[in-house]
Write a protein that binds this ligand. Structure first.
Ligand SMILES: Cc1cc2nc3c(=O)[nH]c(=O)nc-3n(C[C@H](O)[C@H](O)[C@H](O)COP(=O)(O)OP(=O)(O)OC[C@H]3O[C@@H](n4cnc5c(N)ncnc54)[C@H](O)[C@@H]3O)c2cc1C
Length: 433
């Protein structure tokens, strides 16, 4: 479908769990909704997780039906691999200028048969699997991606032409260019989520320098049933780790990194991963280095206590240095708190950085929606209407407004959809009067 000049009732920016929930709630009320997602698939971070706290439900078993419901809903149109450029309010309308990035594969012709992928001779690290597995230079991002449309990684493509030769629908298009188009809507929900705290220089926390220091999202992939190895092994040598450490507040509550806030979910996701590791690597010692444990939600304290009962060790202390040890191990120096306090050292086979969250999208110079000091979208009535932004008719949901877990994200997405629905109803009444 050509996107130019299409008018929608509501625009949802971001196709993570917040955007999907808000879009479905609006579409079920018969509003026409457009989802604009910058990745090649909808699903956001949640589709990349293993299991979710505190219930340990399979993340993709919950996310895939929502993705599928949005994809098949007659009132929802998804624009994937499309990045929002500007969002403006003119008169009673919101105009979004969007750039569709080239997939080098015709989205309409591609039938998702993966013949291009099977025949591509190029192997590169697969970012969807934390870099632990390989993908081809033309590929479908992951098995349950929506849409099931291939994309080409031109930086690694050798232009051998094998994909174009085997494609049964002649969908490969080496000459595709970025395409700009405009969407107009009466209301919008911003659901642009988060990125993990970037480690400013690669040596911070040893990430990128010490092979057995990984991020929590990489650990999610190691634990996922459809992960790279189907078991937990450390990256440097494929050894099953005997000792695993989690470092809390890595890139949160750290003024030196410009991130003074708590990212709220890192304690709980580390506890979850520690519990899952107790099952996946039963002989391993698991330690969590923490400042405070923030088990804030319903059932979360019990979840924390259960992890202790399962043998996870919690060490109250701030990790000061992370260095390479012998045989691929990682050496930590930390300042332990309490009666047995003082500067101590410990060695682990694998170290997981519980990285914090930073805003996924910065509207500065892009639209008039304001942000707070933390760069997340500002909400103007956080106590009584937490999804209201300072731009009329534009609402915010999920981590785009600040760090939160999936439960709170879903609740907020429902609230944003309700605010948007009320706004549309008021607008219709005003126009009819
Ligand atoms: C390692 C880890 C483990 C976690 N485990 C759990 C758990 O077990 N339980 C739990 O409750 N929570 C967990 N969380 C938190 C959970 O991931 C978030 O609460 C949830 O994903 C937030 O969803 P969202 O839709 O707000 O954001 P996201 O999932 O980040 O989705 C935002 C979407 O917007 C898109 N986007 C961004 N900018 C643009 C743009 N300019 N144009 C178009 N699209 C854009 C992004 O590509 C993305 O798809 C975990 C987080 C991490 C990091």
């Amino acid at each position: 479908m050509s996107a130019e000049n299409i008018k929608f009732d509501a625009l949802v920016v971001g196709g993570g769990i917040a955007g999907l929930q808000a879009a479905l709630d609006l579409a079920d009320q018969d509003f026409k909704v457009a989802i604009v997602e910058k990745d090649a698939s909808i699903g956001g971070k949640m589709i990349r997780l293993s299991k979710v706290f505190p219930t340990l439900d399979c993340a993709s078993c919950i996310t895939t039906p929502k993705m599928s419901a949005a994809a098949h809903h007659p009132n929802v149109t998804s624009f994937t691999y499309c990045e929002l450029q500007t969002l403006e309010r003119t008169g009673g309308e919101i105009t979004a200028r969007v750039t569709q990035k080239p997939r080098f594969v015709d989205e309409i012709k591609c039938i998702g048969c993966r013949q291009c992928e099977y025949n591509c001779p190029v192997y590169v690290p697969d970012e969807e699997q934390g870099g632990f597995a390989a993908r081809k230079a033309i590929y479908i991002p992951f098995s349950n991606a929506i849409p099931q449309v291939a994309l080409m990684d031109v930086l690694n493509c050798t232009l051998c032409g094998k994909c174009a030769k085997v494609c049964p629908t002649q969908a490969v298009d080496y000459f595709q260019k970025p395409r700009d188009f405009t969407l107009t809507a009466k209301t919008a929900v911003i659901a642009t989520g988060f990125e993990l705290t970037p480690l400013r220089d690669k040596q911070q926390y040893g990430y990128g320098e010490i092979p057995n220091v990984i991020t929590a999202l990489q650990m999610e992939r190691l634990l996922a049933p459809h992960g790279p190895y189907n078991r937990v092994i450390r990256p440097s040598d494929g050894m099953e780790p005997d000792s695993i450490a989690f470092i809390q507040c890595a890139g949160s509550r750290d003024k030196s990194m410009g991130i003074s806030y708590c990212s709220r979910v890192c304690c709980m996701y580390a506890i979850k991963q520690a519990m899952l590791l107790s099952g996946a690597v039963p002989m391993a010692d698991i330690a969590v280095y923490y400042m405070d444990i923030r088990a804030f939600g319903k059932g979360y304290e019990q979840f924390f206590q259960n992890s202790k009962a399962m043998g996870v060790e919690f060490i109250k202390g701030k990790v000061a240095t992370i260095d390479p040890g012998e045989n691929g191990s990682v050496k930590l120096q930390y300042e332990a708190q309490g009666a047995q306090g003082g500067v101590k050292t410990a060695t682990h086979d694998l170290v997981v950085l519980s990285l914090g969250m930073v805003a996924g999208w910065n509207p500065e110079n892009i639209c008039a929606v304001g942000t707070g000091n933390d760069a997340f979208i500002k909400t103007i009535q956080p106590k009584i209407a937490p999804t209201l932004t300072d731009m009329e008719g534009v609402f915010v949901a999920g981590v785009a407004a600040g760090p939160k877990d999936i439960v709170d994200t879903i609740v907020e997405a429902g609230a944003a959809a309700m605010e948007a629905s009320n706004y549309l109803t008021r607008l219709t009444r005003k126009l009819a009067a």
